[in-house]
Design a protein around this ligand. Sequence first.
Ligand code: COA
Length: 337
Amino acid sequence: MTRKDSHAKTVCITGTGSYLPEKVLTNFDLEKMVETTDEWIRTRTGIRERHIAQNGEGTCLMAAQSALRALRSADMSPEEVEIIIVGTFTPDMLLPNTACLVQDRIGAENALCFDLSAACSGFVYGLEVARGLILGSGYRNALVIGVEKLSAVTDWRDRNTCVLFGDGGGAAVLEATDKSGRRGLLASAMGADGSLADLLNIPGGGSRMGLTRHAIDDRQIYIKMAGNEVFKHAVRCMCNAGQKALERSGLTMDDVNWVIPHQANARIVEAVASRLGNSPHKFCVNLERVGNISAASVPVALDEFVRRGKIKRGDTVLLVAFGGGFTWGAMVLEWGY
Ligand SMILES: CC(C)(COP(=O)(O)OP(=O)(O)OC[C@H]1O[C@@H](n2cnc3c(N)ncnc32)[C@H](O)[C@@H]1OP(=O)(O)O)[C@@H](O)C(=O)NCCC(=O)NCCS
């Protein structure tokens, strides 16, 4: 089938995979590094531990491992992949993009490859872009990856931020189908507000403030965050995006079986759950074990809950993410292919 002949009406997720580095950093380990306590971290964030990449474990490696697992579960070979999108703001290198490195590593020589920079919303943005390419341009499939090595851009002397972040990667295979009865990705709501960029950013190391001695000594090459402000925007934007995506799909929270939220803080997740129809039991949460892994957050939780048999064929799932930019995105889908 040539691209022009493709009349796919539906795009489904046909496989998921994830990868977490072996090394675990607990709150008790952090007590030895900065002035904090396990109790403060648990009660203010819900996090107990996070995975941290070790020497040689880069963003590409984590992305490739999760991609191979997703391809296996989709029963697809790397050569069949037509698009690779990597959502990340911690690429192995500024040039080339991480998607090209993943292509080479897994042997997906027939894929076009690009990175997508939307911070924690990178994976959900990636699903939206891939769906558009499949439905609009006739590609048959895409590999969408959310991956982050946040330990590389975390200021390990700043207790305000270093207790929050971890490393990991998650991936999903998207495929076109015209089989009747398959509903797949149903509706989405994406957005951004660049006027709030100052609340969450890495000021140095880019082209505005290069990797100068000053940038390094002044610790400008690490994540800076106004936590309290970000918290409020995260709750508001995730609720609005979730509601809008549901409206567009013609569904309500009553129809939703599972919500996979971006996992930044258990209190954010609780606030979103209570505003989206008091539904905490529908929320898939793993942040206690992984912390905030940015673009990897949604796909890792999705993969874990699918593999544990919680998310089943026919279930309606709402994905909702929020991150630096600010960016946000929600997607409603029916699970199964
Ligand atoms: C970062 C965050 C956990 C802080 O929680 P908070 O309840 O807002 O806490 P505050 O910022 O008000 O700080 C409260 C106090 O705890 C202190 N504190 C901060 N980090 C601490 C730590 N690790 N251990 C102990 N005390 C800490 C602060 O210094 C402050 O002390 P002060 O009152 O004497 O100044 C929370 O704001 C958050 O999760 N924000 C959103 C994070 C997020 O979503 N990020 C990414 C978006 S994708």
